[in-house]
Design a protein around this ligand. Structure first.
Ligand code: ADP
Ligand code: ASP
Ligand code: MG
Length: 472
């Protein structure tokens, strides 16, 4: 059995949900053939309709600013969009009952939003409650749509199935409790021959307080569900043909990478390949479950398969990713010279303010690190200034070139840097045993750097391994 996750554009409107249904039907038929007629599943995980999470966070912001009327009217628009899309439910009774359930969800949300607008304050906890509504609504819609088209499905409330800690907006799943909850919620649905449909992105603490897994978190939900229930494959259906060699919003027509290792996919997702939430691969690795990225607009395309190991594709590099909105923090202290304990003191500050550091470089008397979550940076700088000189450079970007080949070919990293040409490099990080080379540049240089890397490594005839018969 497989888990199939459909992203926002894959449930955006009636036409998208019709494509989703055709894909699920084909999978169910394939499963029936594999299992000699005993079709189970698939398990379906859906994002909110595209743009809805942004709109809901906008509603929360309106409420926080005391704009009750604005928030109410945005909610009304969102509600109307879902009512329009519910035309996809062809059974009259089912459409009516789904609309009633959605009206109840929106009514409850409206009461919360109005209360927040009186308080003029929206804590991360309430942000999560508001944001979660997108996936609650979309999953209700998709479950009913499938049932009405002869694919018996049941809505599973993700808030009862995914148990997380209380770190709002970036909650971490509690795997033991989630497994028990998923078994209780999903198994009876599967046993009755129906298709469980859950909203992604959403969970709840063990006390029942709604949480979310962070933006783009539906991929992670699908992987959590897949790993906890031990499925054969986790499929991520999106709006591109798979993991591409570069961000298609920056580089024109990058080719698809047919096969990635778990390690390569994790690096790419972590360093900005938006097509996968950075945590998605972790649960898949834990249970060694293949992940496949597929295009819901072109279901016949082969997509990208991600497994523990991959065959050598004959390419020097596998793909390149980039992450903008990064700040470089330079920490300099003469006390660092020949002293021990300096680094642990420094990193303890980042730890205390729960801020992750991505790239680190050191010299004799200075350390430079990058952070992409700058919310607690003023407090961090304040603390560091107690024992070092600190300067920050914002509007920076991390570029990460990934390939298992970097481990084998020690000259390849220099080749990557040479391809970037005269773009000023602020930090460079690479280790002999690693499958990536990472460097930091100005945000405004990202398009140039990525295009040059693309030209050198991924344009037709370029970047092939010499043994594959092409020049390097
Ligand atoms: P979904 O709503 O299906 O989760 P996302 O918008 O989160 O979709 O992710 C898909 C998008 O990721 C693509 O449309 C593409 O613009 C972007 N993207 C960035 N880097 C890559 C990459 N290396 N390969 C594929 N897509 C990428
Ligand atoms: N709807 C959520 C978001 O927009 C989660 C997701 O789409 O994966 O971030
Ligand atoms: Mg996504």
């Amino acid at each position: 059995m497989v888990v199939m996750k459909f992203g926002g554009t894959s449930v955006a409107d009636r036409a998208a949900i019709e494509r989703l249904m055709a894909i699920v039907r084909a999978e169910r038929q394939a499963e029936a053939q594999r299992e000699s007629g005993d079709a189970r599943g698939p398990i379906v995980v859906v994002s909110a309709l595209s743009g809805v999470t942004d709109r809901l966070l906008g509603v929360a912001a309106q409420a926080g600013a005391g704009d009750a009327e604005g928030a109410r009217s945005s909610l009304r628009e969102l509600h109307e969009r879902h009512v329009t899309v519910s035309e996809v439910i062809v059974d009259d009774d089912l459409r009516a009952s789904t609309r009633e359930a959605m009206a109840r969800d929106v009514g409850e949300l409206e009461r919360i939003v109005l209360a927040l607008s009186v308080l003029r304050e929206v804590s991360p906890r309430w942000m999560d409650t508001v944001a979660a509504a997108g996936e609650v609504l979309s999953s209700r819609l998709v479950a009913a749509a499938l049932t009405s088209h002869g694919l018996p499905a049941a809505w599973v409330d993700a808030r009862l199935a995914v148990v997380t800690d209380g770190e709002h907006q970036a909650a971490a799943p509690q795997f033991t409790e989630t497994t028990a909850a998923l078994v209780a919620q999903v198994d009876p649905v599967l046993a009755s021959g129906r298709i469980p449909v859950l909203g992604g992105f959403v969970g709840a603490t063990r006390d029942g307080v709604t949480t979310t897994l962070g933006r783009g978190g539906s991929d992670y939900s699908a992987a959590i569900v897949g790993a906890c229930l031990g499925v054969a494959e986790i499929q991520v259906w999106t709006d591109v043909d798979g993991m591409l060699t570069s961000d298609p919003r920056i580089v024109k027509d990058p080719p698809v990478v047919p096969h990635l290792s778990f390690g390569e996919a994790s690096e790419l997702a972590y360093f900005g390949a938006k097509v996968l939430h950075p945590a998605t691969i972790q649960p898949a690795v834990a249970r060694n479950i293949p992940v496949r990225i597929l295009n819901s607009r072109c279901a016949t395309a082969r997509g990208t398969l991600i497994t523990a190991e991959r065959p050598d594709g004959g390419r020097l590099l596998t793909a390149v990713a980039s992450k903008k909105g990064v700040t470089v923090v330079n920490i300099t202290s003469t006390r660092m010279l020949m002293a021990h304990g300096f680094l642990s003191r420094l990193f303890a500050v980042f730890e205390r303010f729960r801020t992750a550091v991505d790239v680190v470089t050191t010299s004799e008397v200075s350390v430079s690190v990058t952070v992409d979550d700058a919310r607690r940076l003023p407090a961090i700088v304040d603390e560091l200034s107690g024992f070092a000189d600190v300067s920050c450079e914002d509007c920076m970007a991390i570029v990460c070139a990934v390939g298992e080949g970097l481990q084998r070919d020690t000259g390849l990293a220099a080749h990557v840097l040479a391809a970037v040409g005269d773009v000023p490099l602020h930090l460079v990080s690479q280790a002999a045993s690693r499958r990536n080379i990472t460097f930091v540049i100005r945000e405004t240089d990202v398009a140039t750097a990525l295009s040059r890397l693309h030209e050198a490594f991924f344009a037709p005839g370029q970047g092939l391994r010499a043994v594959a018969g092409a020049a390097r």
